[in-house]
Design a protein around this ligand. Structure first.
Ligand code: NAP
Length: 246
């Protein structure tokens, strides 16, 4: 069985590990990160060239199943995967970890988009910890607030004028996040609803410090796709629905 795993996430790497020796797996990365964490097994890097390119790839490589294990905000890739699956009949399973849930001591403001987060920000705080990734900084570039920006690679312009950049890659600890909030006198945190444990410590630290959090909601999934929440559940579906062997 040949499986294409659309990756760039911790779950995609874990899935590739679980499938080692059980299927021929190709993991695909977009190529955004200069020095990416690589999954075990075969890896390809770079876009396919839209839906037509992905359709051609699936046919050329005789892919039996596609698993979309991209980040919950990689909506373009997910839409392309759904369209290519519909066009070729190659089944698609979407591996999407659940989003985060607000607890009683949290102070969260949910917004539907990054633009809505930028619009709300000045009313909530002035020293912002922005954790939405370096690709999304342009949305915040026009704001006259102070930003602590964390990303894996250095941000490219346009970026906020008053900004301190920290280069780091998760997982992050509550101790480390607490220290960042204190050191930079952060009074508001902005995050996508990425879900998962690797980057959840900032939410705990914000709760403890009474710092409000602007949470950007996930884009919707394409209609009718089959969704699983974690890598073991994905393996189970591959076994039960698509005949993945032992
Ligand atoms: P996107 O906007 O949904 O995708 C834009 C284009 O990038 C796609 O149409 C595709 O190009 C290419 N692409 C995306 N993921 C790919 C993959 N796994 N393999 C090959 N090509 C891919 O995606 P994005 O938000 O830029 O995210 C890019 C990657 O970073 C994803 O793999 C995602 O898992 C990871 N990531 C994203 C975020 C985030 O917040 N968005 C956070 C952490 C990690 P073609 O049309 O040419 O095929």
């Amino acid at each position: 069985m040949r499986i294409l795993v659309l990756g760039g996430t911790t779950d995609a790497r874990a899935l590739a590990g679980l499938l080692q020796g059980r299927a021929e797996v190709v993991s695909s990365l977009a190529g955004r990160v200069r020095n990416p964490l690589l999954p075990p097994g075969e890896v390809r890097v770079g876009g396919f060239g839209g839906v037509p390119g992905l359709v051609e790839y699936l046919r050329d490589k005789a892919i039996d199943v596609v698993v979309d294990a991209t980040h919950p905000f990689a909506a373009g890739m997910t839409a392309n995967a759904a369209a290519a699956s519909a066009g070729t009949g190659v089944p698609l399973v979407v591996l999407r970890r659940p989003g985060w849930t607000e607890g009683p001591d949290d102070d969260w403001r949910r917004v539907p988009s990054l633009g809505a987060a930028a619009a709300l920000l000045p009313a909530v705080g002035s020293r912002v910890f922005l954790t939405t990734g370096r690709q999304d900084l342009a949305t915040f570039a026009g704001l006259h607030l102070w930003f602590l920006v964390r990303s894996v690679d250095p941000p490219d312009p346009p970026v906020p004028r008053r900004m301190h950049s920290v280069l780091d890659r998760g997982p992050f600890s509550v101790k480390g996040e607490r220290a960042l909030l204190q050191e930079h006198a952060i009074d508001v945190l902005v995050t996508k609803d990425s879900g998962g444990s690797a980057t959840a410590a900032k939410l705990t630290a914000a709760r403890e410090a009474g710092v409000p959090v602007i949470v950007v909601d996930r884009p919707p999934l394409p209609a009718g796709v089959s969704v699983v929440a974690d890598p073991p559940a994905c393996v189970a579906v591959l076994e039960e629905a698509y005949g993945l062997g032992a």
